[in-house]
Design a protein around this ligand. Structure first.
Ligand code: GLV
Ligand code: MG
Length: 346
């Protein structure tokens, strides 16, 4: 194991110092863009004003004969756009693919100072992060990149889930993680062709009562994995995200999946279709009434200790911390979203 004192040393001479504190940014939705399509690229400056993160996708969903066009298109759109406070991410190809080396060498050379985060698919263990960490440091050093490029891993193989804690703590570059339900379902031999969401056959039924129909409740296929990912991320100071929801026509199911992830501790989700942007905004901005109540808890307990009653509900040191999570998040939302700032009164 690496010595603790070496953990924050740059991995290449001339690479920027790793962050000791990760940046706090609003990332309710990571909006996926296929950068090989010129028409889509041309809309990115406008898109960047409506989402928290723009991600240029180079991996799955990009046709094999468009891999280079996607990479070069991403570089072109990154150069042509002023992203302001909006994050700029890319999803690179898998580490075992023939494209990933060129993805990283071209992108860091051309726009290394503009790129915030590399999303790395199909991460299986700490060894994948170590490889990427070293390579990014070499490229940052070569191109005199000023701030470290962060890593976001996709949790989408059974082996990755098994090793999720090692992945989360593998490098100071680790910034977050997303659940990839499609690849993960395949890797685990789950019997679903859906991209995220529930399944009508994954359910519990009530006991039989003569003459009565049995109540049925569909269950969440992803509960266990999201909870496991959230624990690994929270324990290492990283942000956890729900990934894609594939049925664009079913906004209600998308919202339910996003909300379950939000309540369990996730910071955001992927948006693959414009209709999902407003859903993510709504779900991952804390509820106005909840923020106002949380603010009352903080105001009633200025030093965060003791016990008080508010509206008949007991508050103490622990509920003060719960309230702080909500109010801190609301402040982050308010800083990037004037409409929400007004609604929260912050
Ligand atoms: C995303 O990449 C997924 O596999 O769900
Ligand atoms: Mg995938």
């Amino acid at each position: 194991m690496k010595l603790a004192r070496n953990f924050y040393r740059p991995l290449a001479i001339g690479a920027p110092e790793p962050f000791r504190e990760l940046p706090v940014r609003l990332e309710r939705m990571i909006h996926f863009v296929p950068p090989h399509i010129e028409k889509v690229r041309n809309k990115v400056p406008e898109l960047a004003r409506t989402v928290d993160v723009v991600l240029g996708n180079l991996e799955d969903a990009i046709p094999l004969d468009a891999k280079e066009a996607a990479r070069e298109g991403f570089i072109a759109m990154a150069k042509a756009t002023d992203f302001g406070r909006t994050g700029l991410w890319t999803r690179i190809n898998a580490l075992n693919s023939p494209w990933v080396l060129d993805d990283l060498t071209r992108i860091v050379a051309e726009i290394g100072d503009k790129l915030d985060v590399v999303m790395a698919p199909k991460i299986e263990g700490a060894w994948d992060i170590h490889y990427l960490d070293q390579l990014l440091a070499q490229l940052e050093a070569r191109h005199q990149v000023k701030k470290p490029i962060l890593i976001h891993a996709i949790l989408e193989t059974a082996e990755g889930v098994k090793n999720v804690e090692d992945i989360a703590s593998a490098s100071p570059r680790m910034y977050g993680m997303s659940l990839g339900p499609a690849d993960l379902a395949a890797s685990r031999a789950m019997k679903t062709t859906r991209v995220g969401g529930g399944h009508p056959d994954y359910k519990v039924i009530s006991d039989p009562v003569e003459g009565e129909a049995r109540a049925v409740a569909q269950q969440d296929l992803w509960h266990y994995t999201i909870a496991k990912m959230v624990d690994a991320c929270a324990a290492n100071g990283l942000k956890a995200f729900y990934g894609p929801f594939g049925d664009f026509a079913d906004g209600d199911a998308c919202e339910a999946q996003f909300r379950n992830a939000f309540l369990l501790g996730c910071a955001g989700a992927w948006t693959l279709h414009p209709s999902q942007i407003d859903i993510a905004k709504r779900v991952f901005s804390p509820d106005v009434a909840e923020v106002k109540f949380a603010k009352r808890i903080l105001d009633a307990m200025p030093d965060g200790s003791g016990a008080v009653m508010i509206d008949g509900k007991m508050q103490d040191d622990a509920t003060w911390k719960q309230a702080k999570v909500i109010v801190d998040l609301a402040r982050t939302v308010a800083a990037g979203d004037a409409e929400m700032a007004a609604a929260y009164g912050l």
